[in-house]
Design a protein around this ligand. Structure first.
Ligand code: TYM
Length: 326
């Protein structure tokens, strides 16, 4: 069976962008792939954080994924720091990553411009991400649109490694959904919905109560022309809501736009909110029924399996790069 790998940073509350752009596909792809999902805590340390919070956010991220349908009997779900080989492979890949390539990565620029302190870890973030994926010889990586550049760099590093040291890594493909790969802010639909947005009205968390969901959709910024139409340039707010509703109902944005064209924004927004409430309610309920102890057990068992899976690949890599053990 082909393998998929994907990760999420345990920073703040996961939102509907994370869910519709990534997690939903993680759940669906478990049927046809050998799946490995990782809470990337080492990545989360690249921006300012509180150690006590990190424990809470790691458990919470795992709990949300289990509630959303990640099945620990079929897939691995663990935290990156449980498998030290992620960091070791990142070091090895770092020695073959040109500075010019890292200088072109937009995330480092975006984060430092947003006020995060620059540090080597933040700069080398995409190298660790490449190591995550290559460590398990993943073929497919389900992510949102914002990870496209990182995936391209991962492919490039795998090719560089293979050319120099022999064919060890498959070249992984990104799996980016057609709709909702880039869920936008509800307050500025030209910017992506982000966990770090200070405006609470800009996003909806996966665990938000139905009333909050309805309120946020109702106050979503749209435009003054009352026709519901999919047009990301002229109507980014309405197009974003169409994508959200499309992802929740499985209907195309064109079909939805036809149905709601003349119904007015109020009625359309109510329908979007109800579709979202329906999608999120089972997750919120499943989340409540999981205990932290259950989650820790899943992480523990998966982490052990992850270390076992990574060990033979690391032996091959060490040998190939000239670090044979004694
Ligand atoms: P992170 O934690 O920012 O986000 C987790 C997943 O959610 C997707 N996503 C979105 N999708 C649609 N609309 C949005 N507004 C939106 N915001 C976030 C992300 O694309 C991602 O798929 N670097 C990664 C974590 C990572 C990783 C990996 C991913 C580390 N190693 C290896 C895949 C493979 C990140 O920061 O995701």
């Amino acid at each position: 069976m082909n393998r998929i790998f994907s990760g999420v940073q345990p920073t703040g509350n996961p939102h509907i962008g994370n869910y519709l752009g990534a997690f939903r596909n993680w759940v669906a792809l478990q049927d046809s792939y050998d799946a490995i999902y990782c809470i990337v805590d080492l990545h989360a340390m690249t921006i300012d954080y509180d150690p006590a919070d990190l424990e809470k956010t790691r458990i919470d991220a795992a709990k949300i994924l289990l509630a959303a349908g990640v099945d620990p009997d079929r897939s691995l779900l663990y935290t990156q720091s449980q498998v030290p080989a992620h960091a070791e492979l990142a070091w090895i890949l770092g020695t073959m990553t040109p500075m010019g390539v890292l200088n072109r990565m937009t995330q480092y620029k975006d984060k430092t411009e947003a006020g995060h302190a620059s540090n080597l870890g933040l700069y080398a973030y995409p190298v660790l991400m490449a190591a995550d994926i290559l460590l398990y010889r993943a073929n497919l990586v389900p992510v949102g649109d914002d990870q496209r550049q990182h995936l391209e760099m991962t492919r490039d590093l795998a090719e560089r490694f293979n050319n120099r040291f022999g064919d060890i890594f498959p070249i992984p493909d990104a799996y980016i959904p057609e709709t909702s790969a880039r869920v936008m802010s509800l307050q500025d639909p030209t910017a992506k919905m982000s966990k770090s947005d200070v405006n609470v009205k800009a996003s909806i968390s996966i665990l938000d109560d139905p009333d909050v969901v309805r309120k946020r959709i109702k106050s979503a910024v749209t435009d003054s022309d009352p026709i519901v139409r999919y047009d990301t340039d002229d109507k980014p707010g309405i197009s974003n809501l169409l994508e959200i509703m499309g992802a929740c109902t499985g209907r195309s944005v064109e079909d939805l736009a036809d149905e709601y064209a003349d119904s007015g924004y109020g009625v359309f927004k109510e329908a979007v909110a109800e579709a979202l409430v329906e999608e999120l309610t089972p997750i919120r309920e499943a989340y409540k029924s999981l205990s932290n102890g259950d989650v820790r057990q899943v992480l523990h068992t998966s982490g052990e399996k992850g270390r076992d899976l990574a060990a033979p690949l690391m032996r091959e890599v060490r040998k190939a790069v000239g670090l044979k053990g004694y």
